[in-house]
Design a protein around this ligand. Structure first.
Ligand code: PHE
Length: 388
């Protein structure tokens, strides 16, 4: 996760009273109360709170549900002992999300510019690995798949969204099993899964780094003329297992459902998964079908330049303001197109290009100007930037 969370690029586009029982989505009022606490550490916004409980991965015929089902069926056919969990609350303790996984206190993924905190000890899970330790204790067969929505403060573009969906897989072996046997099993299992999803594709394993597995690997496939990361995996760190009161060794993997679905269904923009428009949802019937863009509405660009004004300026904080001012999904990307440091004053100037486009309708210049102006005002108020 070091790499995945700190660079925040991979699995997204490529991660209680928990068990089995169906946990229904919250109503929006209880979301607010539970998630927006007003405590100092709390940085969950209305926009994010409104996503909790949507459970796209549980909506029949939704592409994310279809991929989840396909993977689960593949596992259950081949390895009958796998248990599946899809209803675990995304509100987790920081202990489960980070400490139990040996993620050091100073790790960037814990920073409030990267993670949504409800309080100093509770957050929205940043990956489904947050359930590893608890499920290791609770699971009977010690083999499980766990799917859910995960939350990361992030940049804005067609393949990044602050909420996405991951599936975690864990399998333990008999005590004393040699690590090479575990590695072999992990790689064979995931190659089989990838083949099931993508057919006969070229695959390659690269070594990777996660605090909670050692050794660790990522799997890439060659698809549409490029290498694409599909998952992160590795042999679980023994102390995670002993801390859960167990002794058997095992493997774990985590994959991003949007990344797979965007490729398999040819869905060009990650915002579409959240669409309630029948022209989107109506295209899917539970199988893997190619998405047909119902219309491409025109985009409109606006630039915004400012002196960042403080050492602590973080582009994720800026992205958060943008997402909050623009409640409807009408922003396609916000890209830093120019950055320079004043030679004398050492002040830093940034210029961001905003590309506005709705997936569902045409936007008027007036409404774009209105929200764009709001972003400018809020950036000044909340981040202390100085507009140029
Ligand atoms: N949790 C990791 C991530 O979100 C993925 C992972 C899961 C890697 C399990 C190794 C083992 O990036």
């Amino acid at each position: 996760m070091l790499r995945v969370i700190s660079q925040r690029s991979n699995l997204q586009t490529a991660s209680y009273n928990i068990f089995r029982g169906v946990r229904l989505g919250f109503s929006s009022t209880s979301n607010r109360e539970e998630l927006i606490t007003g405590l100092d550490d709390n940085n969950v916004t209305e926009n994010i709170a409104s996503r909790v409980g949507r459970n796209l991965h549980l909506q029949p015929n939704h592409p994310l549900h279809t991929i989840k089902q396909k993977i689960e069926t593949h596992f259950l056919t081949l390895h009958t002992s796998f248990e599946t969990y899809s209803n675990l609350s995304p509100i987790v303790s920081t202990k489960n999300c980070f400490d139990d996984l040996l993620i050091p206190p100073s790790h960037v993924s814990r920073s409030p510019s990267d993670t949504y905190y409800i309080s100093s000890t509770k957050c929205l899970r940043t990956h489904t690995s947050a359930h590893q330790s608890t499920l290791l204790k609770e699971s009977k067969s010690k083999c499980f798949l766990c799917t859910g929505d995960v939350y990361r403060r992030d940049e804005i573009d067609r393949s990044h969204y602050p909420v996405f969906h991951q599936m975690e897989g864990v399998k333990l072996f008999e005590e004393g099993t040699h690590v090479s046997v575990i590695e072999d099993d992990l790689k064979k299992t995931l190659e089989g899964l990838t083949q099931e999803l993508f057919g006969d594709v070229e695959m390659r394993w690269n070594t990777d780094y996660f605090p909670f597995t050692d050794p660790s690997w990522e799997l890439e496939i060659y698809f549409n003329d490029e290498w694409l990361e599909v998952l992160g995996s590795g042999v679980i760190q023994p102390s995670i297992i002993t801390n859960a009161g167990l002794t058997q060794p095992g493997w774990a993997f985590g994959l991003g459902l949007e990344r797979l679905a965007m490729v398999l269904f040819k869905i060009p923009d990650i915002r579409l998964f959240w669409s309630k428009d029948e022209r989107f949802l109506g295209q899917f019937d539970g199988g893997i079908v190619e998405f047909k863009p119902f219309s491409k509405y025109p985009s409109s660009d606006r630039d915004m330049s400012f002196w960042t004004g403080s050492q602590n300026f973080h582009s994720n904080d800026f992205a958060e303001i943008v997402r909050n001012c623009i409640t409807e999904d009408i922003i396609e990307s916000v890209t830093l197109i120019d950055e320079f440091t004043h030679p004398k004053t050492k002040e830093v100037s940034n210029c961001f290009r905003f590309t506005y486009r709705s997936m569902e309708r045409s936007l008027t210049n007036e409404e774009i100007d209105r929200v764009h102006f709001k972003v400018r005002e809020r950036a000044v108020e909340e981040l202390g930037v100085v507009l140029r």
